[in-house]
Design a protein around this ligand. Structure first.
Ligand code: PEP
Ligand code: CO
Length: 469
């Protein structure tokens, strides 16, 4: 039974208390009363997710922490109101489902599917301002705060945008729910898209064998008469960065059954690298929620810091509650990640270790595009798998910025996109995303690592024997 969430929580700090904790990356509104009116309105709106769904996701993530599941989290860096269309939502969902099939087959464990969508509208920025041709304006902070257009009117921080954020999130989630239960996620059709990709993208040689194997496995199941819901529908969850304290606070409710607070704007929320200060308001807020929580960790994180964050957010060591999303950069992952994992593991707690191979690998091209090289993304992902393999810990998942469209935002990949190609279709409102074929190619590469790891785990003495004789 769906559990309804009501009321403003007295168990979480008030917004004022949070605002006294030196918040970073928050909008500055000229009209405080307008924000209060918006907050009142949001507090009356129905929840976008149910407590029971958040609990279900937590249970699935507990399996990922225990080495019995793998998490796939992905979507736009920044959703925009304008791009909330059926075709965009279907595109992002479709590419995630495709990747999930390949990963499930390779890992032979459930893949927990989580979108960076239906709420990913607020962005932390390195600079408060942006200057173009001698004109300086406030930086774009996501559609939840201001507009992308480079005009003074558009860049004003406007609290009314929080209501629009809620509305667009609701529309997105509604369509996703219809898609994943309404036949779009049918395993057989998802796999046939996969086949098309393998045939048409020039990666046939490398990936055909895997695609063939998946096909045979599906045919086998059909022949055996397996034709249940697991074939036709999937569980899919929403997540976003909990950046704007006012918005997240207004969408926090008490679950009447357990009398505990949930963020009802997403199944899972994460705290970004720039706002995860131990004594800051974002951690003070997140620690009170029952939702699964993610925390981004960059390359300067110390083991002690990671342990302190884990203690703060997950004092009861609840399985599935905490996911560390590490984003080290391809050149630093091998040296920066092990001390963090070792320190956390030494406490005996289990978290989900997820690799974000995007945010440590961004650079600007000579012609002014923010981009990422596909090879660097793969390199960080491989470093992540190598580190976990060496430490005997489970690489619990990946976190990606991607889209189902054929954009040209990241260089490299099977289509060998060059810097000169970026101008063709560069559409992101914030960070560069992998396009559809780059996303799938990455999924095949991750699949290879998961398959290798599985063979090693199930057959640990094989290599030794081979040398012995
Ligand atoms: C993001 O995920 O878009 C982001 C800003 O990441 P990070 O907090 O890791 O920089
Ligand atoms: Co980003």
């Amino acid at each position: 039974m769906a559990r309804i969430l009501t009321g403003v929580s007295e168990q979480i700090p008030t917004l004022e208390q949070l605002q006294n904790l030196n918040p970073r990356q928050q909008p500055t509104y000229a009209d405080a009363d307008a924000l209060t009116r918006v907050m009142d309105e949001l507090r009356r709106r129905p929840p976008l997710v149910f407590a029971g769904e958040c609990d279900e996701l937590r249970t699935k993530l507990a399996a990922a922490a225990a080495g019995e599941a793998f998490m796939l989290q992905g979507g736009d860096c920044a959703e925009t109101f304008e791009t909330v269309t059926a075709s965009n939502i279907r595109g992002t969902l479709g590419v995630l489902l495709l990747m999930a099939v390949v990963l499930t087959f390779a890992a032979q464990v459930p893949v927990v599917k989580v979108g960076r969508l239906a709420g990913q509208y607020a962005k932390p920025r390195s600079n408060d301002n942006e200057t173009r041709a001698g004109v300086t304006l406030p930086a774009y902070r996501g559609d939840a705060v201001n507009g992308l257009e480079f005009t003074p009117e558009s860049r004003v921080h406007n609290p009314q945008r929080l209501v629009e954020t809620y509305n667009h999130s609701a529309a997105t989630l509604n369509l996703i729910r219809a898609f994943v239960k309404g036949g779009f996620a049918d395993l057989r059709s998802v796999h046939s898209w996969n086949r098309d990709f393998v045939r048409s993208s020039g990666v046939e040689e490398r990936y055909e064998a895997l695609a063939d194997e998946i096909e045979r496995a599906l045919a086998f199941m059909v022949a055996c008469g397996v034709d249940n819901d697991a074939f036709r529908t999937v569980d899919f969850y929403s997540s976003h960065e909990a950046l704007l304290l006012a918005y997240e606070h207004a969408l926090t409710r008490i679950d009447q059954r357990t009398d505990t607070p949930y963020n009802v704007s997403a199944h899972m929320v994460w705290i970004g690298e720039r706002t995860r200060q131990l004594d800051g308001p974002h951690i003070a807020y997140a620690r009170q929620l029952r939702n699964p929580i993610g925390i981004k960790l960059g390359p300067n994180t110390t083991g002690a810091e990671a342990v302190a964050l884990a203690e703060a957010v997950d004092p009861d060591r609840e399985p599935g509650r905490l996911t560390f999303i590490t984003r080290m950069g391809a050149s630093r992952v091998r040296e920066a990640l092990p001390p963090i994992i070792e320190a956390v593991e030494a406490t005996g707690r289990k978290v989900v270790w997820v690799c974000d191979p995007m945010h440590g690998n961004t650079f600007e091209t000579a012609n002014g595009y923010k981009t990422r090289a596909f090879s660097q993304v793969v390199e960080e992902m491989n470093g992540f798998f190598d580190v976990h393999e060496a430490l005997g810990t489970w690489p619990g998942g990946v976190h990606m910025e991607l889209t189902g469209d054929d954009v040209t935002e990241c260089v490299g990949g099977v289509e060998e996109l060059a810097e000169a190609d970026l101008a063709n279709r560069y559409e992101t409102a914030c960070d560069p995303r992998l396009n559809r074929s780059q996303s799938l190619e990455l999924a095949f590469q991750i699949a290879q690592r998961l398959t290798d790891g599985r063979i090693r785990r199930t057959n640990p003495v094989q290599e030794f024997r081979h040398e012995d004789f």
